[in-house]
Design a protein around this ligand. Structure first.
Ligand code: GLU
Length: 504
């Protein structure tokens, strides 16, 4: 049987990275088994619908190259893939359950239930309480009929009494639930819409999902789902379940939240977003300058490891190596420094041209149209100094602009009478270079120092400062080549003047 997994987000907010990790694992598992990933939008709860949330999900998946095989935008034979477009289909299943005695009508108003809950905060509508409540199990057939005809009812599952419901989970093993602990959850609401539980199980069945891979927060709902499969006569084709560990805040306390991300300075969303109606917004990994491949690699390790020392896995390598057995049972601690480490590793692996292309979207206004070809040598130099893509431009300013400031301390130390003359004389040597490139500049400056028995630090450091304004950076000879001879000479002149003023 073909493996079919699904990612089934609800567009009730912007997709947290925990959701994206679920999508990634479902994708890896499907692809490893030559199967398909289905994107299903669970939007039956219209009151919590957030405009733009579905587009956000699709854009995040695209950015990370998590390719869905079926979905509203991808087509497929099992559509529609938005539950709101399937809403007429669910009622028949709830009614089928009424007929076979695994579900019943309930007429309690929410006010009535609130009163009960107030008295007993642990109240469960279920095995032990249902017979005392307002439903087709407690009312006469006649009363029930009249109330159903009046149309104001919900349909609830009738959880069997005195049973242990067994969930076989691929991550957690066998988990048992006493049926007394399981609520008689509503399946069909009074407005005729299905609840998450009914729609989710019906769709997983109709869409022939073989593996349900989702977050651990859904594990407590799973015994109910198992009962639904049984009640609908679908037990033989019930999917396998795998519940993924929660993502935890750094330090391990509590579920990873936007609040702790804000406090510690990292986003918990793949892409930046602005809430359409509320005054809420958030930065995203894409906008911070993460490479999608690095981010995928990082995400994959939040809850899974290959069981070896290897850490760098591109998507294909992840597909090959992923296994549900190696998904951990305990919560995965979020580590932003590790995310940055992955980014750096991927930048280091890139060739200069690809790196140059990757930094282009982050270019300041003045460099927006800077030709890639000319950026490549700079990219080559700054690659190993870049952790997040915008870092590149911060470090690259001196390639595009004359320095505005110079490191004060160094100027004070090196701009001394005898050394001034040496540096001025060096300019004449540099002027005389015919083919101006890194090697010839290096050769010129080094011979000048050696021939005169000067100190390298006295000459090279001020030269670097003249060209860049700062003490550190890539090879000063390489920088000179990129700047070109005339620009280097101009910058030396400018620095001679400014150094004078600075020590003045
Ligand atoms: N719609 C649910 C969610 O938003 C899906 C849970 C599941 O995968 O079954 O997470």
């Amino acid at each position: 049987m073909k493996v079919r997994t699904r990612y089934a987000p609800s567009p009730t907010g912007f997709q947290h990275i925990g959701g994206i990790r679920t999508a990634l694992y479902a994708y890896l598992f499907a692809k490893q088994n030559n199967g398909d990933l289905i994107l299903r939008i669970e939007d039956t709860d219209r009151t919590r619908f957030v405009e733009g949330a579905e587009e956000y999900i699709t854009e995040s998946l695209d950015w990370l190259n998590i390719q869905c095989d079926e979905g509203s935008l991808y087509g497929g034979e099992f559509g529609p893939y938005r539950q709101s477009e399937r809403k007429d289909l669910y009622r028949q299943y709830a009614e089928f359950m009424i007929e076979n005695g695994t579900a019943y009508y309930a007429f309690d108003t929410s006010e009535e239930l609130d009163v009960i809950r107030e008295k007993d905060p642990n109240f469960k509508y279920g095995v032990n309480s249902r017979i005392g409540l307002n439903n087709s199990l407690s009312l006469s057939a006649e009363d029930t009929k009249a109330k159903v005809e009046a149309g104001d009812y919900v349909i609830r599952i009738k959880v069997p009494a005195g049973e242990t419901v067994v969930v076989k989970d691929q991550v957690r093993g066998v988990v048992e639930f006493a049926s007394e602990e399981i609520d008689d959850k509503i399946l069909l609401k009074s407005d005729g819409m299905p609840t998450y539980h009914l729609a989710n199980v019906v769709d997983d069945h109709l869409m022939q999902i073989t593996h349900v891979i989702r977050g651990e927060e859904w594990l407590p709902s799973t015994p109910l789902h198992v009962l639904l499969y049984r009640s609908l006569g679908w037990e033989n084709t019930m999917p396998q379940f795998a519940h993924l560990p929660l993502l935890m805040n750094p330090g391990g306390k509590g579920k990873l939240s936007k609040r702790s991300g804000d406090r510690l300075g990292f986003p918990v969303f793949p892409l930046a977003w602005q809430h359409p109606t509320e005054d809420k917004n958030s930065n995203g990994y894409r906008e911070m300058g993460f490479l999608p491949q690095a981010f995928v690699n990082f995400l994959a390790f939040l809850g899974w490891n290959p069981g070896t020392e290897q850490e760098i896995f591109d998507m294909q390598a992840l597909i090959n190596a992923f296994s549900i057995e190696n998904v951990s049972k305990s919560g995965a601690q979020f580590d932003f420094d590790k995310a940055k480490w992955f980014n750096q590793q991927y930048i280091l692996q890139m060739n200069a041209k690809d790196f140059a292309k990757a930094v282009m979207p982050f270019a300041p206004e003045a460099q927006k149209d800077f030709p890639i070809e000319k950026l490549v040598p700079i990219a080559e130099m700054l690659k190993e100094r870049t952790v997040l893509l915008p870092d590149f431009w911060e470090q690259a300013t001196y390639f595009f602009n004359q320095p505005e400031e110079y490191d004060q301390k160094t100027v004070k130390k090196k701009w001394k009478d005898d050394n001034k003359d040496r540096l001025r004389a060096l300019k004449t040597e540099i002027e005389a270079i015919e083919t101006f490139d890194s090697a010839s500049v290096e050769n010129c400056i080094k011979s000048y120092i050696e021939d005169n028995s000067y100190s390298f630090g006295d000459i090279l450091l001020p030269v670097r400062l003249m060209l860049t304004g700062v003490k550190g950076g890539p090879s000063v000879f390489d920088i000179a080549e990129v700047l070109g001879k005339q620009e280097c000479l101009n910058r030396m002149d400018l620095a001679f003047e400014r150094f004078e003023q600075m020590i003045g």
